[in-house]
Write a protein that binds this ligand. Structure first.
Ligand code: SF4
Ligand code: SF3
Length: 545
């Protein structure tokens, strides 16, 4: 097997024997086969669109299928095979509607479903890896950057479609980028341009998702979220999917169940309409994804995992875990979509009622969430005055994915060392390293503001652009530094968005992506001053200089 799509990749240069994430070589190969089949579908889908056919369901399917190949989403070869079958069946059905076309060879590829699909996946993956010619290493690096970034785009576009926000431009691009991966003639420079276009499209996908979340649930407002449980039956919802959280809240209403968020669903508490409609959306339990085996084991109720990051579950608790959508793991209960993409959550509810729930009170503790663009920009005047009067010296955006590597203590230390006259904005699951710290206030503004999920990088960008506008300066001239952590492919998409917007001087860690070649990194550091994190002291001093 060969996979190097995440930060956890073995020895920093690719998982070859078994995934450090727990993905088996067989599952990896079926995922490779699925990506190949989606690439084979792409030219046909583009033709269908050019011919004016409505292929909306296929657009959403393509995004979901790409999502299923992201890190810590789908470990189930059977379900991945279903995606492969659907991709091929849909492609052939479309070809039937597009008569008299000459198709490229890839669009005629069909796996032999009677034979070992993993073996066939390995063959197509080897073809993809075998690059020849000038700039082969760097072209391969950029192809992987495009593919991995595209997975991030697809995941956000899938979520945006769930909350009723779609843009044909995004779907078109998904196929165009998949089709580009079939093209051996694209130059190095054009691959760089395509990678930046992934960033541009990702900005649009995140914007759509923001519009879907705020349109359905209101603009986030600063909201206190209890971290201590309350007595009674408890259901935990993990992942990123706020629409599914809303569906679970609806289906558990009046059943004497308290619903807790886990991981990237913490910011859901900031959405006022969700809170107002469902008072049993009470608190947050646990921290970032890599701690879930301990946290899920201890949680005294059922757990629904709506998206990444799912870790291979331990036997001691696997019978209370439920997965949905693109998420799957062999032997874990899977709740298929029953009504407009919403599963019937009865099995998870029954499991919750059968489990003891919380039986002991714990000391009160809380965090505040809800500092998305609307909330922060509603106090823009205060922020601007505080900067002008020298009360706020600098802003730091410290955020991104969390992970298990010891080097990630950098981020905790960094935040602890940020001087008192600076504000820390944070987002995504990396915040769990410091989210419960009380950093105090400046001019009535909290020094630590939780902007939201990883996709709310859109909100952070909106805040930065609005401040730049107010100060009549370029965003790179603002007293703002971005200290980012990455783990999976959503983070790749977000990084490409920031580069597309021309954001300079980003510090990235805990390590640089293995799929970025030395030359590609050189280019990024020359053009954007992208650099690896060093030590908190050194980086802080440089940012504040
Ligand atoms: Fe390795 Fe990450 Fe790929 Fe899993 S997703 S196999 S940990 S590189
Ligand atoms: Fe975290 Fe998996 Fe990336 Fe949404 S949930 S940021 S790692």
């Amino acid at each position: 097997m060969f996979c190097e799509q995440c930060e956890q990749t073995a020895s920093g240069d690719g998982c070859h024997q078994f995934g450090a994430c727990g993905k088996s070589p067989e599952v990896n190969s079926v995922q490779d086969l699925l990506v190949y089949c989606l690439r084979s579908l792409a030219p046909v889908a583009l033709q269908a669109k050019a011919a004016g056919l409505d292929i909306h369901d296929l657009d959403v399917f393509t995004c979901e299928a790409l999502f299923a190949t992201m890190t810590n989403v789908n470990f189930n070869a059977t379900r991945l095979t279903e995606y492969v079958r659907t991709a091929i069946a849909q492609r052939e059905a479309l070809k039937g509607q597009l008569e008299n076309q000459t198709w490229p060879a890839i669009a005629t590829y069909t796996p032999d479903f009677e034979e070992d699909l993993a073996e066939q996946g390995e063959t197509v993956a080897l073809q993809f890896i075998s690059q020849v010619g000038k700039d082969a290493v760097d072209v391969f690096s950029l192809k992987l950057t495009v593919l991995y970034g595209l997975k991030g785009v697809a995941s956000y576009a899938f979520h945006a479609s769930e909350v009723g926000q779609e843009d044909e431009q995004v779907y078109q691009f998904v196929y165009r980028a998949l089709d580009a991966l079939n093209d051996q003639t694209i130059s190095l420079g054009d691959w760089v341009a395509l990678a930046l276009e992934v960033g541009a499209i990702n900005y649009r996908a995140m914007e759509l998702l923001d519009a879907g979340h705020t349109g359905n649930f209101g603009h986030p407002v600063p909201t206190q979220v209890p971290l201590n449980p309350r007595l009674g039956k408890a259901l935990l919802v993990s992942g990123h999917d706020i629409r599914q959280l809303a569906a679970i809240l609806k289906q558990t209403a009046g059943k004497d169940i308290t619903v807790y968020t886990h991981g990237e669903l913490l910011p859901a508490h900031g959405y006022p309409q969700l809170k107002a409609s469902y008072p049993h959306l009470y608190g947050h339990y646990g921290t970032a994804w890599q701690n879930q085996t301990k946290e899920f084991a201890k949680f005294p109720g059922a757990v629904v995992v709506t998206t990444n990051c799912l870790m291979p579950p331990h036997d001691t608790y696997s019978d209370k875990i439920f997965t949905i959508g693109p998420v799957s793991y062999p032997h874990l209960a899977y709740l298929g979509a029953a009504d407009h993409g919403i599963p019937d959550y009865t099995p998870a509810i029954e499991k919750t009622l059968a489990l003891p729930g919380f039986t002991e009170v714990a000391p009160e503790q809380s965090v505040t969430v809800g500092f998305a663009h609307n909330a922060v920009l509603s106090v823009a005047d205060t922020v601007i005055d505080a900067v002008k009067q020298g009360q706020i010296r600098h802003f730091f955006l410290v955020g991104g994915c969390d992970g298990a590597k010891p080097g990630r203590t950098y981020y905790t230390e960094f935040v602890e060392k940020v001087p008192d006259d600076c504000i820390v904005l944070t987002l995504a699951c990396g915040k769990f390293r410091f989210f419960d710290r009380d950093l105090g206030e400046i001019a009535g503004l909290p020094r630590l503001m939780d902007v939201g999920q990883c996709n709310d990088a859109y909100s952070a960008i909106r805040i930065a652009l609005a401040l730049a506008n107010a100060f009549e300066m370029d965003v790179n001239e603002l007293p703002l530094s971005m200290i980012l952590s990455w783990y999976e492919q959503k983070a790749v998409a977000i990084l490409l968005t920031l580069l597309h917007l021309g954001i300079q001087d980003i510090r990235l860690g805990p390590t640089l992506p293995a799929f970025i070649s030395a030359n590609v990194f050189k280019l990024l550091s020359e053009q954007y001053h992208l650099r690896p994190i060093s030590t908190p002291d050194e980086d802080l001093a440089a940012c504040l200089a």
